[in-house]
Design a protein around this ligand. Structure first.
Ligand SMILES: CC(C)(COP(=O)(O)OP(=O)(O)OC[C@H]1O[C@@H](n2cnc3c(N)ncnc32)[C@H](O)[C@@H]1OP(=O)(O)O)[C@@H](O)C(=O)NCCC(=O)NCCS
Length: 159
């Protein structure tokens, strides 16, 4: 997908071969919290479970933006939307999100959720600008699946 003639960014499916480049982007991006769920094997499993939904934005062979997108048959989820600082405010984030929503809609998924750190003010402006609602009536309720970890306070700042 061509965003605009003066903005040669292509959106294409996120492939596991992109992992190192995308992980480096996530690791250097504010507002993205990484965990064991972002290890190569875990990302590979996510991509396999949700074929063709996650996207990479590519310019001249370099990944300038990426997102993980999937669904559980009921709701869609976006994780780790990130655009390189030098490519921001050029419509890349908006284009990525639009394509993800189109793909989720085609898959029969009526709503999409995402996790946003409460202190990510710029991120909140972005999502609100795109028509998303921040649900103040909900809390994220979470615990590890491992009972060994159940009584430990989570040290990992990740959703
Ligand atoms: C949030 C992020 C993905 C936006 O990507 P982007 O490509 O710059 O976004 P777009 O250019 O498509 O912006 C769409 C609109 O959102 C709003 N917006 C985006 N970033 C904004 C900012 N920092 N401050 C205020 N408004 C902003 C603007 O209204 C913008 O439209 P405009 O430029 O025509 O005014 C990018 O800033 C980023 O990677 N941030 C760090 C990671 C993060 O917070 N991710 C989301 C957490 S889930």
């Amino acid at each position: 997908m061509e965003l605009a003639s003066m903005n040669p960014v292509q959106l294409r499916p996120f492939k596991i071969e992109d992992y190192n480049e995308v992980h480096a982007l996530w690791a250097s991006t504010e507002g993205i919290g990484l965990s064991e769920s972002d290890a190569r094997e875990a990302v590979a499993a996510f991509l396999e479970r949700n074929p063709g939904l996650s996207l990479a934005a590519v310019s001249e062979g370099r990944i300038v933006g990426a997102v993980l997108c999937g669904h559980d048959g009921r709701r869609g989820y976006l994780h780790h939307l990130a655009v390189c600082p030098d490519w921001r405010r050029r419509g890349v984030g908006r284009a990525i999100v639009r394509q993800c929503l189109e793909r989720l809609k085609t898959a029969g998924i009526p709503k999409c959720n995402l996790f946003l750190y409460a202190d990510n003010a710029a991120g909140e402006v972005f999502w609100r600008r795109l028509g998303w609602t921040v649900r103040a009536d909900l809390h994220l309720v979470q615990r590890p699946t491992s009972s060994a970890d159940a009584n430990e306070k989570s040290r990992c700042k990740s959703c």
